[in-house]
Design a protein around this ligand. Structure first.
Ligand SMILES: [Zn+2]
Length: 195
């Protein structure tokens, strides 16, 4: 398999060439009274700060099965994942998780508690997964999903999961379920994607 275009790994380039305010060329330097390199416009004075992005998703549970989606996009085309994606402007994390589930699986769900908060600093992301009850078996996967399917909890395809954030979130779910208590787990993964 040829390796995917690096542009696939981020929804937009992090480094910009031109100022989005005035169109002049940007300079990469540390502004006065700052301590990091920024994209700085000497023409209009704009400082184009870059900050981490949130990935929001759900662990959709129907009885003793979990709903997974097989990715129709890079990275990790063909691998199984929990419904998740980049949060949009103007929505809450719960709304984003619900929207991503709707887009990728089409299942009707009811969001429950926050299960994992995962810092992934090497790709400048924070991933948040909510537990969700699935309200019925009907699925309607969208174009980013090859197929969506329910897996018995002892038949999760661990070796075919797309991301470490997905596998660790599922591990926490199984451990919590065995204990009957679902606290929020916060941890960091210090690996690049795909890991
Ligand atoms: Zn400018």
């Amino acid at each position: 398999m040829t390796s995917p275009d690096p542009a696939f790994y981020h929804p937009a380039p992090r480094a910009q060439q031109f100022c989005s305010q005035c169109g002049h060329a940007l300079s990469r330097e540390i502004p006065p009274d700052d301590n990091r390199i920024r994209d700085l416009c000497h023409h209009c004075g704009a400082v184009h700060y870059q900050n981490p992005r949130n990935v929001v998703g759900v662990v959709p549970i129907l009885g003793d099965r979990v709903l997974l989606c097989r990715r129709a996009i890079e990275p990790r085309y063909g691998k199984w994942t929990l419904p998740a994606g980049f949060m949009e402007l103007g929505e809450t994390t719960e709304q984003g998780a619900e929207r991503e589930n709707q887009e990728e699986s089409g299942a009707r769900i009811e969001i429950q508690s926050l299960l994992t908060v995962i810092d992934v600093p090497l790709v400048n992301q924070v991933h948040l997964y909510y537990l969700a009850d699935v309200l019925g078996p009907d699925l309607a996967p969208g174009p980013e999903t090859l197929e969506a399917a329910f897996f018995a909890l002892d038949e999760i395809p661990w070796n075919e999961l797309a991301f470490r954030t997905v596998s660790t979130t599922l591990e926490h779910y199984l451990q919590d379920r065995a204990r009957g208590d679902f606290p929020t787990h916060h941890y960091a993964i210090n690996l690049r994607f795909p890991d």
